[in-house]
Design a protein around this ligand. Structure first.
Ligand SMILES: C[S@@+](CC[C@H](N)C(=O)[O-])C[C@H]1O[C@@H](n2cnc3c(N)ncnc32)[C@H](O)[C@@H]1O
Length: 383
């Protein structure tokens, strides 16, 4: 089957790399999506393990549609009866970009009608829609329609650890995970978030370091699909649990000037099962110093748009640069929409990557320290 994985804008490449690392499969990235061939196990594996993806879809069909009739006919040809059982509750959502059919609501209604008509004729009964949810996504782009089954249900960034609690301007969990995967950090190095807010970056860091699958404690729509044989699922989850690393001692530090944010971040870390892995402290970033070498700062400071005015931002970013300059060979990764970051921080970034935080265009500035010296024993041929 054709599997499509959606990703936050700018992060398709990270998802692609994650897919390759997880399965060895090569994938193609197009228009904010990554496409790969696989089976139901691949769908389950992606939902359970991908840290930077937004949703996992099974692609059901694609066709040209410039009129409602063409849309109806194209959808009618898809074998929905192989996925949706007769009690299935069908929800259609989607988008239309540069297409003749512009009304998303009207398209969704036509698509639903076509699906129901097909299922009624295949099952030879009226549909009650009293059973499990089946989310059908459509994308109309330049009069070409793609119909997919959304196997994730809720977006994959919702790991479950900050369900009812949100901070001032929290990063999405999958974006935070991407910031970490794009950095040079590994679990043997110190990690610090000097503006941790609700704790998303350090928590995602701890989940990565402990090898805790991001989907381990949440639910997915595909688990309730009646037509799927999911006998492998419990073993897949057991394997994930057995792969958790509780041995490695981590050096993860999280600071915020607001006591309320630290309290919230601790709560989230506890829910995520990583409270013991993170040192949380209420502190002004200006007080940060460390005896440790080769650490990595990954952080998302206030931008000004939402939280502080420009004057405060200028002095905050200058002081942040000062703090960084006194550290012993650390690297600093900063996600911000402040465009003159390098000037204020007084360091040229080794790399600048465009990443969206929600709808806000940001840059991810990487300022790299020297590569740490290898401390492990060198093996000779005799060893
Ligand atoms: C954009 S938010 C961080 C959001 C965070 N990444 C999350 O996922 O929740 C910036 C945070 O910086 C904190 N902050 C502002 N000035 C600070 C300072 N001088 N030292 C430490 N934290 C500060 C704010 O309290 C706020 O929580």
């Amino acid at each position: 089957m054709q599997i499509t994985v959606s990703a936050p804008s700018g992060l398709e490449g990270v998802v692609k790399r994650e897919i390759y690392k997880l399965t060895g499969l090569d994938s193609t990235a197009i228009n904010g999506r990554v496409e790969v061939s696989g089976d139901l196990k691949t769908v389950a594996l992606f939902n359970l393990h991908l840290r930077t993806a937004s949703r996992v879809f099974i692609k059901l069909g694609s066709f040209k549609a410039q009129t409602f009739d063409e849309l109806f006919d194209g959808v009618s040809l898809i074998d929905f009866e192989n996925y949706i059982d007769k009690k299935g509750k069908i929800e259609v959502y989607g988008s239309s970009i540069e297409s003749k059919l512009t009304s998303v609501q009207a398209c969704a209604s036509i698509i639903k009608k076509a699906i129901c008509k097909r299922l009624i004729s295949k099952y030879d009964t009226e549909l009650t829609e009293s059973g499990e949810r089946y989310k059908i996504e459509f994308i109309l782009r330049r009069d070409y329609c793609i119909i997919s089954l959304d196997t994730s249900g809720e977006s994959l960034n919702k790991r479950g650890y900050r369900k009812e609690l949100i901070g001032d301007a929290p990063l999405k969990e999958n974006v935070a995970a991407a910031l970490i995967l794009l950095s040079v950090w590994n679990k043997s190095r110190p990690l610090a978030d000097l503006f941790c807010g609700s704790g998303t970056i350090p928590i995602e860091g701890a989940l990565i370091a402990k090898n805790i699958a991001p989907g381990l404690y949440r639910d997915f729509d595909f688990l309730r699909y009646k037509k799927f044989d999911l006998s492998f699922w419990e073993d897949m989850k057991k394997n994930a649990i057995n792969s958790i690393d509780n041995e490695t001692e981590l050096k993860i530090y999280a600071f915020d000037i607001e006591e309320s944010q630290i309290r919230l971040a601790r709560k989230h870390a506890e829910k995520a099962g990583v409270l013991d892995a993170i040192h949380f402290q209420r502190a002004d970033m200006r007080e940060f110093s460390s005896r440790l070498k080769d650490g990595v700062i990954i952080t998302n400071p206030p931008y000004g748009e939402r939280l502080l005015d420009r004057k405060t931002i200028v002095s905050l970013y200058r002081d942040y640069g000062e703090v960084y300059s006194k550290l012993n060979n650390w690297s600093a990764y900063t996600l911000t929409s402040v465009t003159d970051f390098e000037r204020l921080f007084r360091k040229k970034a080794n790399k600048k990557r465009k990443i969206y935080n929600g709808k806000l265009e940001c840059n991810y500035f990487s300022v790299l320290g020297e590569k740490p010296e290898k401390t492990d024993k060198k093996f000779t041929k005799k060893d």
